[in-house]
Design a protein around this ligand. Structure first.
Ligand code: RRO
Length: 305
């Protein structure tokens, strides 16, 4: 079964990526050694989101297991641009698959600094603009407002020829309107969904469980919402869509392809099984065969009635 594909001209051996921040490729290498590289779980790797300045992340608790899902309130801990570019990035570009670097900022100026610095590093294949983290108070409401998204993309587009993907928030009624604005202002791809705003209650102590009160829900619990949003966005724009939200096996990966995603990303399932990318890829082959498809391309070209 031919699973090869591409996104924004980036060749991929399969359509299986990771969701940003759900798989630490460098920690996996330290723990499991060379085996991680020899059988890397994803066909392309998306880094944890980085910001202009270092961030410590949110106070505990940061995680909660929900029915069929997980709530996180990580709060974007990262070393900041300079340390990332001099450190982790140099190792990430050595991974055996194309690298997309995810960035987030409070202002167009900070976004510009991030995009310029990252785009200048040979080996970076693309940039993901995270305008959708539910756990950080950003000065920008870019991801929720088509006009803001358009203004940001217009400022960033001249800075690089690398593909720019925009990661949309599901925490709004009409994400396809933001996707249309992203397309009109020069974005190359849309990825969705990020996590859905959620809360957990610590019943024993009459307080919220998560340190900052709330977080973002992911995992199979969000899959039907993600499918609806992927479908709405892929119907509204010609840009390729990276679909994610509770993908846990080949069958659920195929659902996203049929809903209009060109490629898919595995997120929460990586926490349960660091080799989930491999089982999703292998399961996708079986799922395609079961549904009578002779290649991934055939499923990508099919439309839902
Ligand atoms: O770090 C986080 O708390 C986080 C991020 Br940046 C994001 O984009 N989505 C999410 O659920 N958590």
């Amino acid at each position: 079964m031919d699973l090869s594909t591409e996104i924004c001209g980036i060749p991929l051996e399969s359509p299986v990526l990771n969701g940003s921040g759900t798989y630490d490729a460098l920690a996996a290498q330290r723990a499991f050694g060379r085996a991680v590289i020899d059988d890397f779980p994803f066909a392309g790797f998306v880094s944890k989101t980085i910001t202009r300045h270092p961030r410590a992340g949110n106070p505990p608790h940061r995680l909660w297991e929900a029915p069929s899902g997980m709530i996180n309130s990580i709060g974007l801990p990262n070393p900041g641009l300079e340390r990332f570019v001099e450190g982790d990035l140099l190792e990430l570009i050595e991974l055996p698959v194309p690298l997309v670097v995810s960035v987030m900022a409070d202002s167009a100026e900070e976004f510009s600094a991030l995009v310029e610095a990252v785009a200048n590093v040979p080996g970076v294949a693309g940039i993901e603009l995270n305008v959708s983290c539910p756990n950080v108070h950003s000065g920008l409401i870019v991801g929720e407002q088509p006009r803001e998204t358009e203004n940001l993309m217009k400022a960033l587009r001249p800075l690089t020829r690398l593909p720019i993907m925009i990661k949309l928030t599901p925490n709004m009624a009409n994400p396809h309107e933001v996707a249309i604005a992203a397309e009109a202002s020069g974005a190359d791809a849309i990825s969705l969904i990020n996590t859905i705003k959620a809360a957990a209650i610590d019943r024993n102590h009459n307080r919220t469980w998560l340190g900052v009160g709330g977080g973002g829900l992911s995992g199979p619990a969000v899959r039907p919402i993600a499918l609806a949003q992927v479908r709405a966005v892929s119907d509204a724009v010609d840009l390729p869509v990276v679909g994610m939200g509770g993908i846990a096996d080949g069958e659920s990966a195929l659902e996203f392809i049929l809903a209009g995603a060109k490629v898919i990303a595995v997120g929460t399932e990586n926490f349960r099984d660091p080799r989930a990318g491999i089982s999703v890829r292998d399961g996708l082959v079986s799922a395609l065969e079961r549904r009578g498809f002779s290649s991934l391309a055939e499923a990508q070209a099919s439309t839902l009635s």
